[in-house]
Design a protein around this ligand. Structure first.
Ligand code: WTA
Length: 640
């Protein structure tokens, strides 16, 4: 049996779930036995959600890369660990076997060491989707450094904020990245980020696009030069640093309802076990299957289901550098054909966008290798679900709708492919180890027997190994954000429906966080960026339904700057947001208004703005508490 804890039937699922609730420590300890430990743990679990304090397998010593690489060498050394497809379909793909990946990770770990990186140091990684990104991540883990990957779409300012927050003294980047028809500069963005930052000691630059870059003496070094030094010395192995299960593995910044992104911290042991367990069970991965997750490694989905989950399971994980519509909308399907992909995992936004291109691109490709389809990142509408199921899966591939978050490390609520029932638009049942509850507006738990269909705020009442441990440098913020709204529970920020069978349908965020194309963006963050523009007096940002992206960004702006056309002012504001956060946070619509609807105490009534952005100008609810109800009519008249 290749995966001893792979659940094979609905009955087995029920039994596993029952055990995970009745004897969680025993349940997870049994699973943990299947990994390579340098020393066994002292205690399976210590926890309270009040501080919060969460420790899994404390005292256990391991290195996650031994589990992702070394332990597969004997049996799977010549199997592909990473299959890489370039942005340009004409460029040759690359395959790194487990042996080769192991060697490359070890050599790059030497490079990091030679450049001064030590266990516990924070290393920022800002690269395109190339194998070297995974190699950089794993090399940090090999050496015990804490990686903080920043998605390539973030601006210099965002990078600077994250570097400062994590006090990251080392950076790994590329000259540039290829994405569709574009060359995206990366090193020059890093240079901009570093203008006011003195503490960064080294920047290691991988050559990908041959874009000219500035290299600062003493600080900037070329990846290839550094590798050559290691090669000359014949250093092809690197002893894996001994880590405690609870030592941090990485930081990943994510948006919340306040203006400043938080550095979510995951640790070595629990995260490894949880991503592995969920990978093997949700996707029902079988040895030699080719797994293709289209997320960027800059997001949690890439961390957990391109790198750590698949590699810890000895899987073949496909990394794609480009975008689904380049050179045309058949690209994903062509990749599936080329590498005989078996498991395909993508976001509803990509599905909706490809659905918009009709069925022809699919008809020109042979996707018959597919066995399992997955979605993640946002609620999937039924139309997109059926298209995915029928046109891509030809009605023979189970579709798994996987609900989870950066903070949860791995999938919490999802069907398991072909094992537990699926239902369009529903994430369905919690995985073993996950105890979800719904809370009503008063904060009371809604009993499971409450009726046919109940709805409330989604919380989890018991820790699982992949839960976040803290937010970097500010534990109190972690407590306030996740553990204080409902004492004793982890609050997800999402709302959900539950039916009488215990199936969950996630409805989306109930806080001021938007989900644009599956990317989390805080409204406060966007407002702060808009307000940085010299002509802006005040702004309010809300989401509105967007056919492709799920949600779009609608900004109401009070402007009192240079006299110009609205169009040019809009462009200036967009340029400002791109500078401060990055292009991913650009509002889709900017409406200039004279006033914002406020209560007498000065609070913006977002509910009203949201309604109007959604196109509903009739049911604005109670507007009597407004300081000046006339504001609403003015905004209504100027709707975009
Ligand atoms: C949303 C991505 C509905 C949700 C893994 C969550 C989903 C946020 C689903 C986390 C799903 C994720 N159905 N909504 N299957 N998966 N979400 O941190 O609102 O980037 O809170 O993690 O995405 O986004 P994050």
């Amino acid at each position: 049996m290749p995966y001893p804890h792979q659940i094979k039937s609905f009955e087995e699922y029920k039994a596993a779930y029952k055990k995970s609730v009745e004897a969680p420590e025993e349940f997870w300890a049994e699973i943990a036995e299947n990994f390579t430990w340098k020393k066994k743990w002292d205690t399976v679990l210590n926890w309270n959600f009040e501080e919060p304090k969460i420790e899994w397998f404390k005292g256990g010593k391991l290195n996650i890369t031994e589990n992702c690489l070394d332990r597969h060498l004997e049996t799977k050394g010549d199997q592909p660990a990473i299959i890489w497809e370039a942005n340009d379909p004409e460029e040759h793909h690359r395959i790194l076997t487990y042996k080769r990946l192991h060697e490359k990770v070890c050599m790059f770990a030497h490079v990091l060491k030679n450049n001064g990186v030590k266990k516990g140091d924070r290393v920022c990684i800002y690269m395109g989707m190339i194998p070297e990104l995974a190699i950089a991540v794993l090399a940090c883990a090999r050496l015990g450094a804490i990686h903080s990957v920043i998605f390539g779409g973030f601006s210099a300012q965002s990078i600077a904020d994250r570097l400062i927050d994590a006090q990251a003294e080392y950076i790994i980047t590329c000259d540039g990245a290829f994405r569709g028809a574009k060359d995206i500069p990366l090193k020059s963005v890093i240079d901009d980020a570093l203008i006011g930052i003195r503490f960064v000691k080294k920047v290691i630059v991988y050559t990908r696009t041959h874009t000219p870059v500035s290299m600062i003496k003493g600080r900037d070094v070329w990846w290839d030069d550094e590798i050559k030094k290691v090669e000359t010395l014949g250093l092809h192995d690197f002893p894996a640093e001994e880590m405690d299960a609870e030592d941090p593995l990485f930081i990943l910044y994510t948006s919340g309802s306040t203006g400043k992104p938080k550095g979510v911290v995951h640790t070595c042991g629990g995260y490894m076990i949880f991503t592995n367990y969920t990978f093997v069970n949700v996707f029902q991965y079988q040895p030699k299957d080719v797994h293709f997750c289209t997320a960027d490694i800059g997001w949690i989905t890439g961390h957990s289901y391109i790198v750590y989950g698949p590699l810890s399971a000895g899987a073949s994980s496909l990394i794609f550098e480009g975008i689904p519509t380049y050179p045309d909308a058949s690209r994903f399907w062509k990749i599936i054909e080329k590498f005989k992909v078996n498991v395909f995992y993508t976001a509803p936004t990509a599905i909706r966008s490809l659905m918009g291109h009709g069925d022809a691109p699919l008809e020109n490709a042979d996707v018959s290798s597919l066995k399992v389809l997955g979605t993640v990142g946002e609620p999937i509408n039924e139309e997109a679900w059926h298209w995915y199921d029928q046109k891509v899966g030809k009605g023979k591939c189970p579709v798994v709708d996987t609900w989870w978050q950066t903070e949860t490390g791995g999938i919490l609520i999802s069907n398991m492919a072909g094992v537990t029932p699926s239902r369009p638009g529903w994430a369905t049942l919690p995985l073993p180890g996950i105890q979800p509850v719904l809370l009503d507006e008063k904060g009371n738990e809604i009993p499971e027997t409450a009726g046919e269909l109940t709805t409330g705020n989604l919380c989890i009442k018991f820790p699982w190994p992949g839960i976040l441990r803290t937010t970097y440098g500010d534990h109190e913020r972690c407590r306030l954000t996740y553990f204080s709204a409902y004492p004793g529970l982890y609050f997800t920020g999402d709302g959900a429906f539950r039916d009488k069978e215990g199936f969950f349908r996630i409805t989306g965020r109930v806080d001021d966080v938007l989900n644009v194309s599956g990317h989390r963006i805080g409204t406060a963050e966007v407002e702060n960026a808009i307000n940085m523009h010299a002509g802006v007096v005040e702004s309010a940002v809300v989401g509105f339904p967007h056919e492709i992206k799920g949600q779009g960004i609608y900004a109401y702006v009070i402007y009192n700057g240079r006299e110009d056309t609205d169009d040019r002012n809009r462009k200036d504001i967009l340029a400002t947001v791109t500078r401060i956060i990055g292009a991913i946070a650009k509002p889709d619509k900017i409406q200039f208004v004279k006033n914002l609807p406020k209560t007498r105490s000065g609070k913006i009534m977002r509910r009203i703005l949201r309604k109007m952005a959604e196109g509903d100008t009739q049911n604005l609810g109670d507007t009597s508490t407004l300081l000046d109800p006339a504001v609403v009519d003015e905004i209504k008249d100027g709707r975009l």
